[in-house]
Ligand binder design. Structure first.
Ligand code: AP5
Ligand code: MG
Length: 223
């Protein structure tokens, strides 16, 4: 299964991608996570990326396309993948289409997670993750069951993202509306688009996504 999760910052792309990854045994490819790994490594690309990410802007299409091309060619993507945070511009979507066509592995679906801007700011400013396993938490919506201990791995170190401040979030939202939202009609025209209401509880969003995925699997079996 080859999927895209599309949605604004804080929509729940990462949260849902991790769940799909476990259920379907396919890899989550988060371009944001890849860039944060570059920043942490101190590479030349990482230094450039940090400046752009802290300003809430997008990195160039060329950089992102070559990063994702390289990643998709790895063995662990043979079974499928979930793209989280890519594509983000029409040029990236067109580049992805060409790449997947050339390896004869077309997309199965694009799932849009819809959430209002006001709620996004609230979610992002309350977000934190486990520094060991990246499990996501939220001061308002999802705290660890035991205070200070990760539910998933038992780790006790947590971190918050540098770009999760009010000013950067506003810029990230503006960039989503201007540059990424046009992908909704782009994929609708290709009959690949499904939408879920991301304002619901995390588990209900997962159920809605699972029923879309089940519909796709049933359709494949009946063909
Ligand atoms: P990226 O890391 O992709 O950030 P983003 O798109 O801004 O999205 P987020 O990761 O903030 O949100 P999410 O949708 O994953 O939400 P989450 O699940 O964490 O990109 C960062 C930067 O990298 C970009 O700004 C850009 O500079 C650069 N970049 C990346 N890709 C690029 C590309 N392709 N081209 C160019 N530049 C690129 O959920 C958020 C919070 O809400 C969590 O606390 C979670 O627990 C909570 N939550 C989730 N769902 C629910 C729910 N249903 N109810 C209640 N709470 C919920
Ligand atoms: Mg994310």
């Amino acid at each position: 299964m080859r999927l895209i999760l599309l949605g604004p910052p804080g929509a729940g792309k990462g949260t849902q991608a991790l769940r799909i990854q476990e259920d379907l045994n396919i890899v989550q490819l988060s371009t944001g996570d890849m860039l944060r790994a570059e920043v942490a490594s101190g590479s030349e690309l990482g230094q450039k990326a940090k400046e752009i990410m802290d300003a809430g802007q997008l990195l160039s299409d060329d950089i992102m396309l070559s990063m994702i091309k390289e990643r998709i060619s790895k063995d662990d993507c043979a079974n499928g993948f979930i793209l989280d945070g890519f594509p983000r511009t029409t040029a990236q979507a067109q580049g992805l289409d060409e790449m997947l066509r050339s390896i004869n592995k077309p997309l199965d679906a694009v799932i849009e997670i819809k959430v209002n801007d006001e709620l996004l700011v609230e979610r992002i400013s309350a977000r934190f993750t486990c520094a060991s396993c990246s499990e996501g938490y939220n001061d308002k919506f999802k705290l660890p069951q035991q205070e200070g201990v990760c539910d998933k791995c038992g780790g006790s170190d947590f971190s918050r993202r540098d770009d999760d401040n009010a000013q950067t979030v506003a810029a990230r939202l503006a960039s989503y509306h201007q540059q990424t939202e046009p992908l909704i009609p782009f994929y609708k025209a290709k009959s690949l688009l499904f939408s879920v209401d991301g304002m619901q509880d995390i588990d209900v969003v997962t159920e809605d996504i699972n029923s879309i995925l089940k519909g796709l699997t049933d359709k494949k079996i009946s063909i």
